[in-house]
Design a protein around this ligand. Structure first.
Ligand code: GTR
Length: 394
């Protein structure tokens, strides 16, 4: 009897909790009228027109806003970094490439953390090769031996003359609320814990990408000036913030990065700030939670992110059925943000077409976008179209 009552109470509590969670909005007519912060009006009210003003005034202001309110501060300092080649093999693509499995060990304040990088080099030619890094969070693709649907198409990339590498996000910060700190945060950067603008998992993964770049820079067969950073979904968000922090990436590709990545938060379409912070409280800085169901008061939006990467190239992609990631919000984030490329850097980067009107990829100078049919995934089709952009922009 008592058990039945307890169970009924539990059931009631669970249903109340579920009801309290808002249904996502997929109706364009319910999207609020957008009032977005102006890219070019500085905090002191000045209108920013020149490259010097942009780089000295407005860009640092916007960077600080994202750092404080959204992603947290990626730490840049450490005492030592070492690279250890743990194994070198011709497998799994023995005719065309070599796989180097590398331990990257970073020392800070007497503590050390090791992350693993899987790095494929073409066998044809001496290089130096342009390099593509994928921030991976799917365990089954960790070693590059699996290539279902082209998630990490190592063979195809090697055949096109790229070196390519990937690290598994969990070797830097586990993707769980209970344990995300047990990677670099608790070991190397314990002071980040508990800060309202401290990094969580996304920032830690970005730090991992930077350490991979340290490896590329020291590798004689890599042309690190031609390096491409790729992320999908949660790692797409991480890739964008990484590139905003680290100017060494020539091209940054965020595939279906959605809320907290490419898509405008203030549209509240599909995944919202509240929804992402509730499901993944260990991704963004604590400050971002202030904007749960309160996007209006965000002092920024995602259209301000591409400008932190400019003038280096940036590429977004969406999938038509991936409404949760808000394809239109992703397109707007980039098309509005591309004004930094055209107005400050004088590039041919204006998006001339409304989201509803275009079909093929939009490949402009240093800025590109495509949408494909289908669901949320990183597929060979995404890579293939992206590589056409790379050919013109690397
Ligand atoms: C979704 C999540 C997104 C996105 C994605 C992923 O369910 O709500 O923010 O990051 O998963 O990483 O696969």
């Amino acid at each position: 009897m008592k058990l039945t009552r307890t169970l009924t109470l539990l059931f009631l509590l669970i249903s109340m909790h579920t009801m309290a969670q808002k249904e996502p909005n997929y109706d364009e007519s319910k999207v609020p009228a957008l009032s977005l912060p102006d890219l070019f009006i500085s905090e002191s009210g000045a209108y920013i027109k020149s490259k010097t003003e942009w780089e000295n005034v407005r860009k640092p202001e916007i960077f600080k806003l994202f750092e404080r309110e959204v992603y947290g501060q990626i730490p840049k300092d450490f005492d030592q970094i070492t690279f250890e080649l743990v194994s070198q093999t011709a497998n799994p693509y023995e005719d065309i490439s070599t796989l180097e499995e590398v331990n990257i060990t970073v020392l800070r304040n007497g503590k050390s953390h090791t992350m693993r990088l899987n790095f494929f080099l073409p066998k044809t030619g001496n290089g130096p090769f342009p390099v593509i890094l994928l921030i991976n969070y799917k365990p089954k693709y960790a070693d590059g031996r699996l290539n279902e649907e082209g998630f990490w198409p190592v063979k195809e990339l090697i055949e096109r003359g790229f070196a390519t590498a990937s690290f598994h996000a969990e070797t830097v910060a586990p993707d769980q609320v209970e344990s995300f700190q047990s990677g670099i945060i608790s070991t190397l950067y314990p002071e980040q814990s508990g800060l309202a603008d401290g990094i969580k998992a996304l920032g830690a993964w970005g730090w991992g990408a930077m350490r991979a770049m340290d490896y590329f820079e020291h590798h004689p067969k890599v042309d690190s000036q031609k390096s491409i950073l790729v992320g999908f979904s949660r790692s797409g968000k991480a890739a964008l913030w990484t590139s905003a922090n680290d100017p060494r990436w020539a091209i940054t590709f965020a595939n279906e990065s959605g809320c907290g990545g490419a898509a405008l938060s203030k549209r509240k379409f599909g995944e919202t700030v509240e929804a992402i912070n509730r499901r993944f409280p260990h991704w963004f800085a604590d400050n971002f939670k202030k904007y749960n169901e309160n996007e209006e008061s965000l002092p920024l939006d995602q259209h301000m992110l591409p400008g932190l990467i400019a003038p280096r190239a940036v590429y977004y992609a969406s999938a038509r059925e991936d409404q949760w990631a808000d394809p239109k919000g992703e397109y707007l984030g980039l098309s509005l943000g591309s004004r930094v490329y055209s107005e400050i850097y004088g590039k041919k980067a204006e998006f001339l077409t409304e989201f509803e009107q275009f079909s093929g990829p939009v490949h402009l100078e240093s800025v590109g976008y495509h949408i494909r049919e289908g669901k949320h995934n990183l597929t060979w089709e995404d890579w293939r179209i992206f590589l056409e952009f790379v050919e013109k922009n690397l």
